[in-house]
Design a protein around this ligand. Structure first.
Ligand code: KG4
Ligand code: ZN
Length: 334
């Protein structure tokens, strides 16, 4: 079954073709990062305009790279939410036009289910499993007992991890998106500053990162006022150490409580080198899978794979009333 995936929820215009929910035949990603960099973050209006400019070219390139014709496609899977509404609508409407024109069924996919299924490209899922979802908009622990079934164990009460990374980076004067830059600096630093580990001992699976973020930002501000020199590498290493301690500890607790067969880490922050290292060193009794780096941040291959599995589970598709939705609940939706 050839599934064409479409992802436009934020600042990447991406279209992919996959085979049987497993093999990636093409995955074209047109990133707008260089444009948004100038503004220190994603500007929604600009993002929509850039998606409009790129979307048809990206569709055609994905079909060409897969050595197929539109007529060969069996199903179109498109991110319906959550995300920036103007951006989502462009992907959803482009997908609907192709669906209508070539008479191909269409299915709406939750963006986070896509991030989770990015792991499945290289490593088959074994249930039950725990997925730690860490992106610019999400920080969640999800229990999956079978394909396309999601139970939320806990989530952030305020900032998402990626958001905290990006805000700390901005205060330190680092370019957008800050996550990869902080990660790189952290690699050559020592965790010598003492930062809090919020909610690390709480008996639930929720997270909170805004207090840690404020602590880091305030310390930076106070040190600057006192003309004290900040060792930026050590600063980043200390922030990363605090964040990853919390993420790893909570994942271990969820693993033990639910007796799962594997751990998946998903979303943009799954690209973080500190998280990858600490998670693999701390959990050795069951496999811990991280997606290939190219499938960590937003891409359409993961949406295509998730769409295939959603269809296999539900045997239902959407109709042309399918719409974008800036807020969409993973658990209620599926
Ligand atoms: O999943 P994603 O591409 O978009 C959302 O769905 O949010 O994640 C983007 C987020 C950004 O906040 C970015 O700074 C963060 O992932 N990120 C990282 C790293 N690479 C990307 N954060 C920490 N370390 C990284 N290496
Ligand atoms: Zn994402």
């Amino acid at each position: 079954m050839y599934v064409l995936g479409v992802e436009t929820s934020c600042d990447e215009t991406s279209v992919s073709v996959t085979l049987d929910g497993k093999v990636v035949l093409s995955n074209v990603v047109l990133s707008q990062i260089d444009i948004h960099k100038e503004y220190g973050g994603v500007v929604p209006e600009i993002a929509s305009r850039e998606h409009i400019k790129g979307i048809t070219v990206v569709f055609d390139q994905a079909i060409k790279d897969a050595n197929l014709e539109y007529e060969d496609i069996d199903l179109i899977a498109v991110t319906e939410g959550p995300g920036l509404i103007g951006s989502l609508l462009i992907g959803v409407n482009a997908a609907k036009v192709v669906s209508l024109n070539y008479n191909i069924p269409i299915i709406g996919v939750h963006h986070i289910s896509g991030h989770i299924y990015a792991s499945h490209i290289e490593n088959d899922m074994q249930f039950p499993l725990i997925a730690l979802v860490v992106s610019g908009g999400h920080t969640e622990l999800i229990l999956m007992k079978e394909h396309f079934s999601f139970e939320k164990l806990g989530e952030t009460q305020d900032d998402a991890v990626g958001e905290a990374y990006d805000k700390v980076a901005r205060v330190l004067g680092l370019p957008y998106p800050g996550g990869p830059v902080v990660d790189k600096l952290a690699r050559s630093g020592k965790a010598e500053y003492h930062f809090p580990r919020p909610m690390i001992d709480s008996k639930d699976f929720n997270f909170s990162f805004s207090g840690l973020k404020s602590h880091v930002i305030n310390l930076n501000h106070n040190m600057k006022q006192r003309n004290e020199e900040i060792n930026i590498e050590n600063f980043c290493a200390s922030f990363q150490d605090a964040v990853t301690d919390v993420l790893v500890q909570k994942t271990i607790e969820a693993k033990n409580q639910y007796n799962v067969k594997q751990i998946l880490v998903a979303g943009g922050v799954a690209a973080n080198s500190g998280l990858r290292k600490k998670m693999k060193e701390s959990i050795t009794d069951i496999p811990v899978y991280f997606p290939n780096m190219k499938y960590c941040t937003d891409n359409a291959a993961m949406i295509s794979i998730a769409g295939y599995h959603k269809y296999q589970k539900t045997k239902k598709v959407d109709d042309l009333m399918l719409n974008g939705s800036s807020r969409l609940n993973l658990v209620e939706e599926n």
